[in-house]
Design a protein. Sequence first.
Length: 126
Amino acid sequence: MEIVRNAVERFKASGELSPETAATDVAWHDPPDFPDAKVHFGLEGVIEALGAWANAWSEWQIELDDYVDAGERVLVRGRQWGRGKDTGMRVEQPLCLVYLLRDAKVIEVRAFFDEQQALEAAGLRE
């Protein structure tokens, strides 16, 4: 769980990924209800996906602070809010990330706006 916590805190503070804790072939899954959702592969793919996500906002903040150990997966719950760059509309919504680790490296991250979907992906029930 500390690997994920360190990676999330680094991203929140600097916008940077943690290449030392991510597999070179890491996969990032856009939220299922994201327009044109797809899977991005490798560190470059993840950087591209996160850049596109961040660039959609004129103002954007994330709060990820609830970590749940689910074996080889870690669920991180929080929320994001901001103002859409194109629409100017203020948006606030849940944001959940499910990290899959193998050999102390992040190999997959699945993003969700729906907490129940995230719980399922993490193999948890509430």
